[in-house]
Write a protein that binds this ligand. Structure first.
Ligand SMILES: [Zn+2]
Length: 264
């Protein structure tokens, strides 16, 4: 997920509205680590860029592989006129991030509006949840957990969701993300760490993702795994019933005219 930091002029703090921002694209393995100068003395093996921040902090861009990158990008007004995200008062975003919808932790995120937009789509609900132009920050694992919490099958057609279903699903996604944030994410190995460099423990509390063949924590049914969008979907067949196929149009049998039969 890209994160924009409005850039200041060479003289440091400036009151002028910035016209450019430093954009970090984390790729597969990039990390931004905020460290005190004491912590930063021990240099990370995969340190690519070090920025010195005010207040004795450093911001290290660390990437084991090299799919991530930093770039300076022009800023443009946000599509909804709201501030550019958590920690920013300016209604500006780096141009390459303009198409990315707000995530559930963004102060200007409006779940009722997102739910309505989701129901206007003609797709399966999990595809909508993973679509960064609708809502951002929900990956495959969080999507499965949110669908399980909301009791919705991943293939439910968005256009047949009630507004209350869509709102409940988005609230579940937000809940999963907030809990994961507290616990440090779903990192499965030491490669993925939070801004303080600690790896995630949330993977230990996953209810359904990766639980194929295990008992559902809510009802005891056996959790299933399906292939979905080149990845996996884990779901409970009882808590998340598969949607019924749309009813086939009924064939109307026209009465055949028989000789001697009266016509009404
Ligand atoms: Zn269940």
């Amino acid at each position: 997920m890209p994160a924009g930091v409005p850039a200041q002029g060479p003289g440091g703090v400036s009151d002028a509205v910035p016209s450019a921002a430093l954009l970090a694209h984390l790729g597969m393995s990039g990390q931004l680590l905020v460290r005190t100068s004491a912590e930063a003395a021990e240099q990370h093996r995969h340190l690519r860029v070090r920025l010195t921040l005010s207040g004795g902090l450093t911001l290290d861009f660390v990437d084991q592989r090299t799919f991530g990158h930093l770039s300076v990008q022009d800023l443009a007004p946000t599509p909804d006129g709201e501030p550019g995200g958590l920690g920013s008062d300016l209604a500006l975003l780096p141009v390459p991030a303009l198409h990315i919808a707000r995530d559930p932790l963004d102060p200007a995120y409006r779940p009722d509006d997102v739910a309505r937009a989701m129901r206007r789509r003609r797709t399966e609900v999990k595809r909508a949840l993973l679509d960064q132009s609708l809502v951002s920050g929900v990956g495959n694992i969080y999507a499965d957990e949110a669908l399980w919490r909301a009791g919705l099958h991943y293939a439910r057609p968005t256009q047949r969701l009630r507004q209350s279903d869509a709102v409940r699903l988005l609230a579940a996604a937000e809940g999963v993300m907030r809990e994961a944030l507290v616990q440090g994410g779903t990192s499965f190995d030491a490669l993925y760490v939070n801004v303080n460099g600690a790896s995630g423990y949330f993977s230990r509390s996953l209810a359904v993702y990766g639980q194929e063949g295990e008992a559902c924590a809510r009802c005891g049914a056996v959790v299933r795994r399906d292939a979905f969008m080149n990845r996996s979907s884990f779901w409970c067949p009882v808590c998340q019933p598969r949607p019924r196929a749309p009813r086939a149009p009924r064939v109307r049998v026209e009465p055949v005219d028989r000789p001697g039969a009266s016509t009404a």
